[in-house]
Ligand binder design. Structure first.
Ligand code: GGG
Length: 354
């Protein structure tokens, strides 16, 4: 029986999570799989207000005992500075549980209108593979001479050979299961040490995988190509920061970031992997009950795939697609042109699963 730690977090994470849990539960039960869920209130602004920190002291042992983690969103800037909440929770999970791959699939779903001219389902289908434990998210640096005219802030980027090679390897493996093409995001003309290093490791990976077509673009023109030629891409491998940016841009090009799922994977299986929608806590719409629950539900499907229940994951994706294809505006959330809400869309997907 797989055991799942459920952490809704902040803002709309709390609103969409019930539908993620329910979808996983319904799909699993249909296949005779009993999934056990335990809910945790930490990694939230409320927990921080009460305890002065984002996580309990024993979080590594507690979460480490689960098969997977289903996460909502973190961030409540009115209560906790964003870098404190992120570094106090999600980034700790990714690092401690060595979830070095962040998989962010991106495709136009039926019934959703892409802002890209002439693009519909089937035209955009790529996978961003984001390095998830180092790079620009090093947390190494400092501020000196604070409050004086000489004040400065500095932060380093860390790229280790092991860290870069393992995410490259994962990206090429994914490409072998798809259309056999990997694109690397770089900026080696401006960032003159770490990015040329990234490029060299990418070339070395390409030599190891001659059956995979490769190309690379500087991140600035790559963002333009995402918008103008999304059909060029199959697997896109990127550093922590570039991958984060591309995996918000990608779903925005497919219609809405609200449907985008992600998987923070520990490929060795030594630690639990974590599944979360790409979107954050969205303080601007939190409390209104209008957040799109599909990113959370689809993340649940990715979790089931990862746990070996691929049929369950596929059924959830099919349920999502059937609801979107029906395009009932009273059901859909406003981000996809509907007049419905989290409840109507979440319920429709669960009903489609039943
Ligand atoms: N569910 C995703 C989430 O809560 N994101 C908050 C955030 O700011 N994430 C930054 C990151 O993924 O690096």
């Amino acid at each position: 029986m797989p055991t799942i730690a459920v952490i809704p977090g902040d803002g709309i994470g709390k609103e969409v999570m019930p539908f993620g849990v329910q979808a996983v539960d319904v799909a699993a039960r249909r296949h005779g799989l009993d999934v056990e869920f335990d809910h945790f209130d930490f990694a939230s602004a409320e927990y921080y207000q009460e305890h002065g920190r984002m996580l309990p002291e024993d979080w590594k042992t507690v979460l480490g005992s689960y098969d997977a983690i289903l996460f909502g969103a973190v961030g409540c800037p009115a209560v906790v500075p964003d870098h404190v909440s992120l570094w106090g929770s999600l980034l700790q999970f990714r690092r401690h549980f060595d979830q070095y791959v962040n998989l962010r699939p991106c495709r136009i779903l039926p019934g959703i209108t892409s802002p890209l001219r002439d693009k519909g389902p089937g035209d955009v289908d790529f996978l961003v593979v984001r390095e998830n434990t180092e790079g620009e998210y090093s947390n190494s640096g400092g501020i000196m001479f604070e409050g004086t005219q000489r004040e400065f802030a500095m932060q380093e980027t860390v790229m280790t050979r092991v860290g870069v090679d393992r995410v490259m390897e994962y990206a090429f493996d994914q490409a072998m299961k798809r259309r056999r093409k990997v694109t690397s995001a770089t900026k080696s003309n401006g960032i003159s040490i770490t990015m040329p290093y990234w490029d060299r490791r990418f070339s070395a990976a390409a030599v190891r995988h001659p059956e995979v077509e490769t190309d690379q673009f500087h991140i600035d023109i790559l963002t333009a190509h995402f918008v103008q030629h999304p059909e060029w891409f199959d697997v896109v491998v990127a550093s922590n920061l570039f991958g984060d940016i591309l995996s918000d841009l990608g779903p925005a090009c497919t219609g809405t970031i609200g449907v985008a799922p992600s998987a923070n994977i520990n490929p060795t299986g030594e630690f639990p992997s974590l599944f979360e929608p790409v979107h954050g806590s969205a303080p601007d719409i939190a409390g209104q009950g209008i957040a799109n629950p599909i990113g959370q539900i689809w993340s649940g499907a990715m979790m089931l795939d990862h746990l070996g229940a691929e049929d369950c994951g596929k059924e959830i994706e099919a349920a999502i697609e059937s609801v979107l294809r029906a395009a009932d505006t009273a059901v859909l959330t406003p981000d996809v042109g509907g007049t419905g809400n989290t409840e109507t869309l979440g319920r429709a997907v669960i009903e489609a699963l039943n």
